[in-house]
Design a binder for this molecule. Structure first.
Ligand code: TXE
Length: 496
């Protein structure tokens, strides 16, 4: 039984219209930790209608930029106040370690602070049209009603990459967290209300993609859909949105190469290849799941990696000794297991992992051992498809051109890493890789101030940075004549 309503539609917190609920499970031990309202198709339509009515009423989009920036800062302040309970909720819901959840909340704070500053300093553009009597300006307007759909690996972080710029731009919105991990988003929306987000600006529905997601995306009242999730879902949303000519931005994951040349620094390379793929049990869109290593060091490198991978401590994320947590759900665990079976069937050489851990203390959770496959090649599905689990595949190269070719040999293009001590080669390879983020002698880092997004089937559009705000804005050209006179086109030429 769910007592407190979890759906925010307009000014009202509501239960689902049909009383439906969903149980939320802690993936570290399989226990039910919450029961939340499961919105119906009609609830989702009502949420979009509330966002539409609020936008069209005009008050929020016309709010001075300084007030919107101040609101974002108040949200950031409250996030800091509630950092610990929010981090605990995120860990209970996703299984990630508390240390990771705390970093996530800090990053969420940074996103709100960044967009508060950015929008407050954004200026219109004056255009010289060659006529002193004309003032020509290009100004920013909010794009309108936004639908924000987030996945389960970074629930609060991903939705905040969308909510912060949407609020900054003056949009109204409906947020839909993943049905698997809605808890931190529900808590966040309550916090945003406390910070003073006006009624109807931020609406919240959670539920399945099939019912709720479809109602939100197949909807003529929606101006912009920002989606982070799987490739096939993104393709479906883009097709549906085309009927309404709603703008769509997609972040659809990746199959990210981590290229190691023989002259790379050994210790940091081993350490970062390991972290790059096994952090959060590989449930990271930018995880470095494809090690592409120079043949001359490959045997030693893979052996050293395997040794380290076997010592990664898995456990409940609330235990400070745990270095990584479980997979998010039983269903996802089974998907990862099926990829390992596929890798073996395809002829890849299993070096380490390839099983659930034997520790009985982990038996009720959805844990899976860090797994490395050597002797992989481009023809294998385990190399080309996103497994979203703790699986590293190893491919070998003999020269720079082959490294680049392999690094670009993916339908995705979200992120890549390059490791070499030769700066000129580093620059050549970084520029040749067709990926949205490329790390040189580093891996995994990002900042709210720089764009994030993908080439190829990793999606389109950008989050974070100035472009992340631009997604939520329309540009309007205002042509103003300060000394109007007749155009003199019709009738004038015959007279002359
Ligand atoms: O994603 P879905 P799933 C990848 C990863 C993973 C795979 C499937 O490879 O194994 O996707 O994960 C909502 N209309 N990524 O099934 O279904 C859904 O409710 C509108 C990469 O969990 O794409 C949820 O809120 N919305 C990724 C969100 O889409 C719909 C992170 C994501 O769920 C919908 C997660 C529909 N028809 C998974 N169907 C990344 N880019 O980081 C579903 N949803």
């Amino acid at each position: 039984m769910n007592t407190e309503p979890d759906l925010l539609i307009g000014s009202q917190w509501r239960h689902a219209a049909d009383g439906g609920t969903r149980q939320i499970v802690n993936p570290a031990n399989g226990t039910v930790i919450a029961t939340v309202d499961e919105a119906t198709h009609d609830d989702a339509l009502a949420a979009v209608a509330a966002a539409r009515a609020t936008f069209d009423a005009g008050e929020w989009p016309a709010t001075p930029v300084s007030e919107r920036a101040a609101l974002l800062d108040r949200i950031a302040d409250l996030l800091l106040r509630d950092k610990e309970p929010l981090a605990e909720l995120e860990t209970a819901d996703t299984g990630k370690t508390l240390a990771e959840s705390r970093i996530d909340i800090d990053d969420v704070v940074s996103v709100f602070r960044y967009y508060a500053r950015l929008v407050a300093t954004q200026s219109d553009r004056l255009v010289d049209v060659g006529d002193a009597g004309v003032i020509s300006r290009v100004v920013h307007e909010p794009i309108g009603v936004c639908v924000l759909i987030a996945p389960w690996n970074y629930p609060l972080l991903q939705i905040s990459w969308k909510i912060a710029p949407a609020l900054a731009a003056g949009c109204t919105m409906v947020a839909k967290p993943s049905e698997v991990t809605p808890l931190s988003t529900i808590a966040f929306v309550r916090l945003a209300q406390e910070a003073g987000v006006p009624a109807g600006v931020l609406n919240l529905v959670q539920g399945s993609g099939a019912a709720v997601g479809a109602a939100l995306t197949d909807n003529p009242d929606v101006d912009f859909i920002s989606f982070t999730g799987g490739l096939s879902t993104g393709q479906h949303i883009a097709r549906t949105a085309a009927d309404h000519v709603s703008k769509v931005a997609l972040e659809l994951g990746g199959k990210n190469p981590h290229i190691v040349f023989a002259d790379a620094d050994w210790e940091s390379s081993i350490d970062q290849v390991l972290t790059g793929v096994f952090l959060h049990s590989g449930q990271v869109c930018s995880a470095g799941t494809r090690l592409i290593v120079e043949e001359s060091i490959a045997d030693d490198f893979v052996a050293a990696l395997a040794e380290r991978a076997a010592t990664i401590r898995m456990g409940d994320g609330t235990d400070p000794a745990s270095e990584t947590g479980p997979l998010v759900s039983k269903q996802h665990l089974e998907k990862v297991e099926s990829y390992v079976a596929l890798g073996i069937a395809e002829g890849a050489k299993l070096i380490v992992g390839g099983a659930r851990p034997s520790d009985p203390a982990l038996a009720d959770g959805y844990f899976y051992l860090p797994t490395i496959f050597d002797r992989c090649d481009r023809s294998m599905r385990i190399v080309s498809e996103e497994t979203f689990g703790p699986i590293l595949t190893v491919e070998r190269f003999t020269d720079e051109a082959e490294a680049i070719m392999l690094g670009n040999d993916t339908q995705y293009g979200l992120a890549a890493g390059v490791r070499t001590s030769d700066p000129a080669r580093g620059e050549r390879v970084v520029r040749a890789l067709r990926h949205g983020t490329v790390w040189l002698n580093d891996f995994g880092y990002y900042t709210a101030a720089a764009e994030w997004g993908g080439f190829g089937k990793s999606g389109n559009g950008r989050e974070l940075g100035p472009s992340g705000l631009a997604e939520y804005q329309e540009l309007k050209h205002i042509w103003q004549n300060t000394a109007p006179k007749p155009a003199g086109w019709f009738g004038a030429r015959n007279d002359g």
